[in-house]
Each structure stands twice: as C-alpha cells, then as structure tokens.
Design a protein around this ligand. Structure first.
Ligand SMILES: C[S@@+](CC[C@H](N)C(=O)[O-])C[C@H]1O[C@@H](n2cnc3c(N)ncnc32)[C@H](O)[C@@H]1O
Length: 264
C-alpha cells in the first residue's frame, strides 16, 4: 500500500529552512520520540557506519554519538539550515550530508545502522524508500525509525470535515499497513510499537503556530486562511473540539517506532 501524497519537497525543504532557528524551542515531543527510539531499540550497541536520516538540528545524532561504538556517524537532511544548527553541536566523528532521504548518495552494502526520527512521514514514496534502505544496508544491517501514525492530528482532521471532505491534513500510515509494507518488502525481525501523545494547546491558533515553528505546516494540505476563505476557516476553528470555554484544545500525535533487519 502506498499513500498518495501531494507533498512538495521544495516547500518542505523551505519550511524546515525557515524554522531552523525556532525548531528546538517547539520540539519537546520530537526530543521525547528520539530518546524513545533508542530506548525501544534496546539502546543498541552500535558498530560500523551509522546514518541519522532527516537529522534536523541533530538531537538524535547527538544521542547516537553519545552511545559511541561506531566507526562513523552521518547526519543527513534535505534542509541546509537545519544541518547548520546540527553542525553547531560540534560532535566528534560526525559528518553531515545534505541529501534527500529517499535517494541516498551512499554506496550499496556500506551501512550498518540507519536511524530516523519523525522524518519518514515526509516521504513521497515510502515503499521505494524502504527498498533504497535495503540497498545501502549491509546484510544484517538494522533500520530503526519513528514516524507518525494515522491518528495524528485526528482532531484537526475532524474539524476540517465540518467544512468539506477534502484532505486538509496529510495522511499517515496505519501501524498495520507499515507492518505489511515491511513484511512484503522482505525485512526480517520486525518489531513495531506505538503510543498516542495528547498535547494541550491554548487554542487552535497555538497548535498551528507550533506546527509552523517546527517547519511542519506542510502537514496541512492546501494552504492557510487566505486561500481557504475566512468563513470556511472560521467553521474549522469552531468545529475543533474544545476542552473548556477558554478554547483550550488537545492534539493527538500517534507515534510508531519500527525496528527491522535487512537480509540479503
Ligand atoms: C520533524 S524534523 C525531525 C528532525 C529530527 N530527526 C528530530 O527528531 O528532531 C524532520 C526533518 O526531516 C527533514 N526532511 C524532510 N524531508 C526530507 C527528505 N526528503 N530528505 C531529507 N530530509 C528530509 C526536514 O528537513 C527536517 O529537518
């Protein structure tokens, strides 16, 4: 199963570039998810060559560098401005690659570990991307990633349904579909786990501000109020379920962690 998406990579790259200096101020959940990725992968004993795909400002790259044991670690991201923030961490034995995580400028059978935290949801073609990861991993190499599941931003999706049936929020893979994708792709020793995080915001606007600060506004398909028309925008804001009369809201983020081995 391949999810159809209208993600525009140029815009994704631009949005993350613009949010590079604000990203860490908003990225509480992202830090938690990255730390959980290592914990749920059993705090792996790293060896050989390791890549952090979609490394952003380098939080997971730093956690990986602190685990040690590898011969080399690369942080890879499509947005140079995010990489500039990661470089400021001055991590030893770490280099950075500005590249697309769907087409790696990396030799076949050369990598021992691939990690990625909350970046693969930006793939245009996840099945093809997973095949690319099989290409670069050595036999027995490990893929460990965290991504968003289908319940992510379900309240926002529901609020938009009061306006129309168009997809205003990106679609995310369901856990069962991810499992199927990995199984049919020939991955072995597959483990998946998931958890819902419910984050509270003062208003729908604060949620949207945070998504923008994280560079994730393109999770929202179509664009903001000017293109939507004010009336439709207000209908969505009114329909978003509120916790109380002050307008506080909850947004759900379903996180799925995956580990799998490549067999060749
Ligand atoms: C939500 S951030 C996560 C960053 C980091 N892994 C973390 O956990 O804080 C997503 C990152 O993926 C990068 N990204 C998105 N699409 C990408 C692509 N096609 N290739 C490489 N990086 C990509 C973005 O530039 C951004 O830095």
């Amino acid at each position: 199963m391949t999810l159809l998406t209208n993600i525009d990579k140029y815009k994704v790259r631009q949005a993350f570039a613009q949010s590079a200096t604000t990203y860490d101020d908003f990225a509480y959940l992202q830090r938690t998810v990255a730390a959980e990725l290592l914990r749920r992968s059993g705090l792996p004993k790293l060896h050989g060559k390791v890549v952090d795909l979609g490394c952003g400002t380098g939080y997971l790259t730093q956690l990986l560098s602190e685990l040690g044991g590898f011969s080399h670690l690369w942080g890879l991201d499509i947005a140079p401005a995010m990489l500039s923030m990661a470089i400021k961490r001055e991590l030893a034995s770490v280099s950075y690659l500005c590249a697309d995580l769907e087409q790696l400028p990396i030799q076949s059978n050369s990598i021992d570990w691939l990690f990625s935290s909350l970046a693969l949801q930006w793939c245009l073609d996840l099945p093809a991307t997973l095949r690319e990861y099989q290409r670069v991993l050595r036999p027995g190499g490990q893929l460990c990633f965290a991504t968003f599941g289908e319940a992510t931003l379900q309240e926002l999706k529901q609020a938009w349904r009061a306006v129309d049936r168009a997809p205003h929020v990106n679609a995310f893979y369901a856990e069962a579909d991810l499992l199927e994708l990995l199984r049919t792709g020939g991955w072995q020793n597959i483990t998946l786990s998931k958890q819902d995080y419910q984050c509270q915001y003062g208003s729908v606007h604060s949620l949207l501000r945070e998504l923008k600060g994280l560079g994730a506004q393109h999770v929202l398909q179509g664009r903001q109020s000017q293109l939507m028309g004010k009336a439709r925008w207000k209908t969505m804001l009114d329909a978003y379920p509120k916790l109380d009369e002050t307008g506080k809201i909850i947004a759900t983020y379903e996180v799925i962690w995956v580990q799998a081995t490549v067999v060749k």
